[in-house]
Design a protein around this ligand. Structure first.
Ligand code: OVM
Length: 399
């Protein structure tokens, strides 16, 4: 039965404008309330910001494809800034082959083995920060911890690991338009990009690490050696800036909601739920695009084939149609069902790495820290995709 589709409501919002990026949550109500699907003339894209439609679009990966890029650029007509990811920017059947291989490498069993070492490192790091007055938790904790564990997990060479953050910053900026933010960070990361490219090569990887295990899968015929190199690049791109900002956001959440820290101290069994809630509330990965592979109607709006659709994951995670008091960080709510890691076949490959890093940090803080006290307002580091924290001045008051 044919339905007559309306056209989408146009909204005069530029989601890559610096003012928008500085405070995206302020604009989310307007995006959600304008309609289930809106049109953003500033970027010439459709957009969805409600939980139900964002989740449904992520689930329908044959209509809302990734192979034409998950940023603003349409790979069907525009040259990608780097060879496309074989996971993120691929559709089945290619995606399923690479994802199966990578799932086997990034397994929960492999992570459980390293957890005791990670916990010891997190404990030592928190001990070193305790009772020594105010400090910036971004470099001292949110960057220090992932950099202390993740490169070793992959099996990267020691020299130059600090390149991982500026490289990822560019990769996440590159999902947006070619704006000043991208240009500045790209220039600053020229050396970092070369370091990352070099570090993906087999001869640069340590035996036993997840990087080498991808090459061993290639030896078994599961992918080519060239594909292995690019799959290792996925670990290096997606695995650091995300967890850095996820941990910074977790610390920031408890500094902003001190009662929730007291509640967690009283009920440490809520740690996993608290981490899940920080993923819902935090919005580290704000957005991803899809491209329509066919004409499709969503909530009465006709979207043509070949359209870019911007999915506001972070707005969906605070949609009052789905969550009660969505702006409140509430460690005891049921946050599962959030789309902070996406949904469907592309759902974050490294989500257990991210959760285990957060868990190690929380378990280190819990017995040691009576209060996570903000000593000055946090500042933002603008990014076209990430809700990134620039500085996070805090003091850890010993228990
Ligand atoms: C990739 C990748 C995956 C997820 C996120 C991401 C830059 C990159 O496969 O390269 O962000």
């Amino acid at each position: 039965m044919a339905t007559i589709a309306e056209s989408a409501v146009a909204l005069d919002i530029d989601p890559f404008d610096p003012a928008f990026l500085a405070d995206p949550f302020a604009a989310h109500p307007a995006l959600r309330d304008a309609g289930a699907v809106v049109w953003l003339p500033a970027i010439g894209c459709f957009a969805m910001a409600r939980h139900a439609e964002v989740q449904a679009a992520l689930k329908d990966h044959t209509t809302f494809v990734s192979g034409r890029g998950v940023g603003l650029a349409d790979f069907a007509t525009e040259e990608p800034w780097r060879p496309p990811s074989l996971l993120l920017e691929a559709d089945p059947p290619l995606h399923d082959r690479t994802r199966t291989l990578m799932n086997r490498v990034a397994s929960l069993g492999a992570l459980r083995k390293v957890m005791p070492q990670w916990q010891a490192k997190a404990d030592a790091l928190v001990d070193s920060l305790l009772g020594s007055g105010p400090f910036d938790a971004v470099p001292a904790l949110a960057e220090a911890f992932p950099l202390a564990v993740f490169p070793d997990l992959i099996g990267l060479r020691e020299q130059g690991r600090e390149a991982l953050i500026p490289y990822a910053t560019v990769a996440f900026n590159a999902f947006g338009p070619r704006n000043a933010l991208l240009a500045e960070t790209m220039e600053a990361a020229a050396g970092a990009t070369a370091w990352v490219a070099q570090s993906c090569k087999r001869e640069m990887l340590t035996p036993g690490g997840w990087g080498m295990q991808v090459y061993e899968a290639a030896d078994r015929g599961e992918c080519t050696q060239d594909e292995a190199e690019r799959l290792v690049r996925s670990f290096l791109t997606a695995g650091v800036d995300t967890t850095v900002n996820g941990i910074a956001t977790l610390i920031h959440a408890f500094a902003q909601f001190p009662d929730e820290w007291q509640r967690l101290r009283a009920q440490p069994g809520l740690a996993k739920k608290a981490i899940e809630e920080s993923l819902r509330w935090g919005g580290t990965v704000q957005t991803f695009f899809r491209t329509t592979a066919r004409e499709v109607e969503v909530a009465g709006v006709q979207i043509p084939e070949g359209a870019k659709v911007l999915l506001f994951l972070a707005a969906a995670n605070r949609d009052p149609r789905k969550w009660q008091e969505p702006d409140r960080f509430d460690i005891d709510r049921t946050a599962s069902g959030h789309v902070g890691f996406g949904f469907g076949i592309h759902q974050c490959l490294g989500q257990m790495v991210a959760r285990m890093e957060a868990e190690a940090v929380v378990q280190a803080l819990l017995p040691r820290v009576a209060e996570i006290r903000a000593t000055a307002p946090a500042t933002r580091r603008l990014n076209n995709t990430l809700h990134a924290i620039g500085t996070l001045p805090v003091e850890l008051i010993p228990a």
